[in-house]
Design a protein around this ligand. Structure first.
Ligand code: ZN
Length: 106
């Protein structure tokens, strides 16, 4: 962690739309899209897709229906959501600060 990394992230976060700040601060608001579907060539794995009602992020979980372990989770983020080259470790703090400052300025 360096001060430069924190500043880089804070500047990118400052440019994000409110919906992205909300999702980063409060986590995504997931809604299931359809049902569970079998994973090709597997008798025990199913997949489900979720979509965020705020920012349109999509998440796909693969679940083992014998053990109910979540085997994998993958995300497809909307354009502009991710901050590339980010190494900041205080991301949560920076996002909460941005959310607060926007609220205070409104
Ligand atoms: Zn979201």
């Amino acid at each position: 962690m360096s001060k430069k990394d924190e500043e880089f992230f804070a500047e990118r976060v400052h440019d994000l739309p409110d919906t992205f700040i909300e999702c980063r601060d409060l986590r995504h608001s997931w809604k299931r899209q359809g049902g569970y579907r079998p994973v090709k060539d597997s008798k025990s794995l199913v997949a489900r897709t979720l979509a965020c009602s705020r920012c349109d992020c999509e998440r796909t979980d693969v679940i083992n229906v014998r053990t109910f372990d979540r085997v994998s989770t993958s995300y497809h983020y909307p354009e502009g959501y991710t901050v590339k080259g980010n190494k900041a470790t205080k991301r949560g703090m920076i996002v909460r600060r941005e959310a607060y400052q926007r609220w205070a300025a409104s």
